[in-house]
Write a protein that binds this ligand. Structure first.
Ligand SMILES: *[C@@H]1O[C@H](CO)[C@@H](O)[C@H](O)[C@H]1NC(C)=O
Ligand SMILES: *[C@@H]1O[C@H](CO)[C@@H](O)[C@H](O)[C@H]1NC(C)=O
Ligand SMILES: *[C@@H]1O[C@H](CO)[C@@H](O)[C@H](O)[C@H]1NC(C)=O
Ligand SMILES: *[C@@H]1O[C@H](CO)[C@@H](O)[C@H](O)[C@H]1NC(C)=O
Ligand SMILES: *[C@@H]1O[C@H](CO)[C@@H](O)[C@H](O)[C@H]1NC(C)=O
Length: 383
């Protein structure tokens, strides 16, 4: 329940600084109001955290599907399919997941010696594997983290139709055939981060109707098309941090109606259009920091009625159109820090009635004006 308003290094003129300090007192009133009158509203989730169904509670990513109801409403254990997973796989010291590994039986008949099997889950971590090994058909979780896999050929998982989670991070995967993931109708979680993937062909995810998490961080992917996401009807979380994307598909969410959280930090995205997020009705968190976005058209965010957090920090935005944030009625957190903004319109933040955190650090704006903070000021008048 904290109001951030970060204006460090903002003004050189002492007079204006004084003015701002006065304004800050008003903001403290806003905070008091928030504590007493709006105690249901809490800040939206920080980086590395995910929302428990909605934005009222956040948990570290590793708590998702660890077999414990960490959210209190079961949201972190939804779409998991079974009661084990993340804690064991990531070695997180949490719950009692660490004590089970050696005591459980293995129900798989065939698997490489280097792997650890528990019931129908198989971990082959750091095993020098150069390809996806032969395993019994009834495997439900397959972790091939930190191996030496270079490519995923056609239908490489086709026999493993019960798979719910695949972990392929930290290999040397460069080539993925268009039919590599065919038949994975029950897959919910797919990790492909820290590989050498440059392209993903349209249709590659077409059977993954149950997929909720797709992690593609730290790959040199340069382009994605709208058709790449065909089939991802259930996708909730898409992460493509530190790739080489220069543009986004014409309509990013057209094939992903459930998309809730998108993290595109650290790409080379140069522009957004007024159709990029047109069908992203479910989006609650949109991270675009450390890109090269220069211009954001007026209607870019107008369909994001459920957006709770927007991060545009570290881009090249020089001007914001006056009504850019007009439809973001539920926005709680906005980060515009480290942009070469020259000007803020006087009604720039007017519609952001729910805003709790506004970061304008490392911005040099000559025309600062009280009216910009109208929504917060309004709140302080109410208490
Ligand atoms: C958020 O989730 C909590 C717990 O499930 C629920 O009580 C609350 O009504 C939800 N809020 C919204 C805005 O959906
Ligand atoms: C898995 O398949 C093997 C045959 O490959 C079978 O013996 C075993 O009972 C199966 N386990 C489960 C849990 O279905
Ligand atoms: C989107 O932008 C284009 C120009 O880039 C414009 O012609 C069109 O009217 C805009 N659409 C909406 C809905 O604002
Ligand atoms: C805003 O973004 C910057 C740079 O990405 C980050 O350092 C800062 O912590 C963010 N501010 C808030 C309030 O989250
Ligand atoms: C303050 O907000 C309330 C509710 O959102 C609205 O009814 C009222 O007109 C606003 N007052 C001002 C001065 O903007």
């Amino acid at each position: 329940m904290i109001i951030f308003l970060l204006f460090k290094h903002l003004f050189s003129l002492r007079l204006i600084t004084m003015f701002f300090l006065l304004h800050f007192i008003v903001l403290i009133n806003v905070k008091d109001f928030a504590l007493t009158q709006a105690s249901m509203i809490t800040p939206s989730c920080q980086k590395g955290y995910f929302p428990c169904g909605n934005l009222t509670k956040c948990l570290p990513r590793a708590f998702h599907c660890d077999g414990e109801d960490d959210c209190g409403n079961g949201a972190d254990e939804e779409n998991c399919g079974d009661t084990s997973g993340w804690a064991t796989i990531f070695g997180t010291v949490h719950g009692n997941a660490n004590s089970v590994a050696l005591t459980q039986k293995c129900f798989l008949k065939q698997y490489p010696q280097c792997c650890d099997c528990k019931e129908t889950e198989l971990e082959c971590v750091n095993g020098d594997l150069k390809s996806v090994p032969m395993i019994s058909n009834n495997v439900t979780l397959l972790s091939l983290k930190k191996n030496k896999i270079h490519s995923l050929p056609d239908k490489v998982f086709i026999k493993y139709t019960k798979l719910k989670k695949i972990f392929l991070q930290r290999n040397c995967i460069r080539h993925i055939s268009r039919k590599a993931f065919f038949g994975l109708y029950n897959l919910q979680i797919l990790y492909l981060n820290h590989n050498r993937i440059t392209t993903l062909r349209p249709g590659i995810f077409k059977d993954l109707h149950q997929l909720t998490w797709l992690i593609l961080d730290d790959n040199p992917i340069t382009r994605i098309s709208q058709r790449l996401f065909t089939g991802l009807n259930s996708l909730f979380f898409l992460s493509m941090v530190n790739n080489y994307l220069e543009a986004l598909p014409k309509q990013m969410c057209a094939q992903m109606p459930q998309l809730n959280w998108v993290d595109l930090e650290g790409n080379r995205i140069k522009y957004l259009t007024n159709s990029t997020f047109l069908s992203c009705n479910s989006l609650t968190v949109l991270f675009l920091p450390r890109n090269q976005i220069g211009f954001v058209p007026e209607k870019t965010f107008s369909s994001l009625k459920n957006l709770g957090e927007l991060d545009l920090s570290g881009n090249m935005i020089m001007e914001l159109s006056p009504h850019l944030f007009k439809d973001l009625k539920l926005l709680q957190k906005l980060n515009l820090s480290s942009n070469p903004l020259m000007y803020l319109h006087k009604n720039q933040f007017e519609s952001l009635k729910q805003l709790q955190s506004l970061d304008l650090e490392r911005i040099e704006i000559p025309n600062i004006n009280t009216r910009m903070f109208q929504p917060m000021k309004n709140l302080s008048h109410m208490c």
